[in-house]
Design a protein around this ligand. Sequence first.
Ligand code: GDP
Length: 448
Amino acid sequence: MTIAAISTPVYPGGLSVIRMSGEESLRIADNIFVGRTAPSSMSGYTCQYGKIVRQGRTLDDVILTVFRSPHSYTGEDTVEISCHGGVYLAREVLKLLIEQGAEPAPAGEFTKRAFLAGKLSLTQAEGVLDIISANGERELVSARAMREGNLSKNIHSVAEDMVKISGNLAAWSDYPDEDIPDADTSHLDGDLSEIINRLEEILSGYDKGKILRQGIDTAIVGRPNVGKSTLMNQLLGYRRSIVTESAGTTRDVIEESVRVGDFVLRLSDTAGIRDTVDPIECIGVDLATQKLENSELVLAVFDSSEELTDTDREILEKIKNKPHILLLNKSDLPEKLDEEYFSEEYILSVSANTGEGLEKLPEMIASLFKLGGSSDNAEIYINERQRSQVSKALGFVKNALAEYRSGITLDAVTVCLDEALNALLELTGERATEAVVNNLFERFCVGK
Ligand code: GDP
């Protein structure tokens, strides 16, 4: 079946691309395109200027590109038509292809065909999805690595090692009465432990990815007047909280999301943490303390133009077990704060007024959460489906190790390893059911 879809967003724009894939693509293109040569006589990876014609009338002038099987994204003959970016026009071109025998492509069908043609593993296809949804450099680097097969290769190499171990054990357990020398189990404990470490390493990419995809609940804390509202406004790029000269005026917890480099911080500007008798402020302070407890990251603000107060010390004490960054604010004023007091690794001198120093915040957050993700050494941020399969496999390998250590027969170890292997092969798609495959590709857009 030949499929066709509009692959660009259906909005007015510079260009629209209509993509068609399948055995009939070139024949259909011949019927609707008038150029110097017929598309069916074009070589792969070449394009040509011409007109799309319906019943003798020109619909648009376009560039038509031909990809020949198997050297195309789907592995099939593929034609891409770039026309002017009008919504009506793109739909008319698509309609024409359908009149000529193409079928409208369901969501993700092009990538699904690439998977079925063996051009991509399931995890590589998920990399394509991640490329489309990447919001920053780190997510993009991870998605590209996944698309290029780094995750599948990693999984394969773990799976191969499991097969080797199983093979060694199976020869022994399948024919226990034969004259086969006892299985060599001297390395088994070490080998299984190593596999466990490798799977745990892959799994750690899930929590790191979650930080990037879902953002970080962040509390800004500090005593009144150190510049919390000013900081928040600086990060947000506009005035949101009320900034005043008198202490204790920020009463509610105001929530906003702000992008800082690759990170989305879900900020809550809090009432200053301090002892207070004002009932309205008390409510604010309670909320602030609760927010602090629930937050994943604390930005603790201090006024570097004043000496450290008892409240500052209390705040330092309160946050010591939370991931935190200390911001020594008002760096534009003469310094009075004794920096010697702070022996912390994560500390930044900033001016919330001018924004100076805040440019270092993204790298500091990355280092606090141990995110590498440079393009030389891409970290792979696995998704929920991948996490679930890897952790299933990990559970089985852990069982295998426990069985071995408890001295039960080696059969039990082999059974656990087989289960673990199944989980990994379902992950890469080699043993995935049709339902798993369909479910995955439904998350794609039409035309991808
Ligand atoms: P909050 O009570 O912690 O929210 O503090 P505010 O944001 O309301 O700021 C208190 C005062 O400090 C205001 O007058 C701000 O203009 C001032 N302020 C905040 N940040 C800076 C800074 O970086 N430099 C200077 N010179 N003043 C600042």
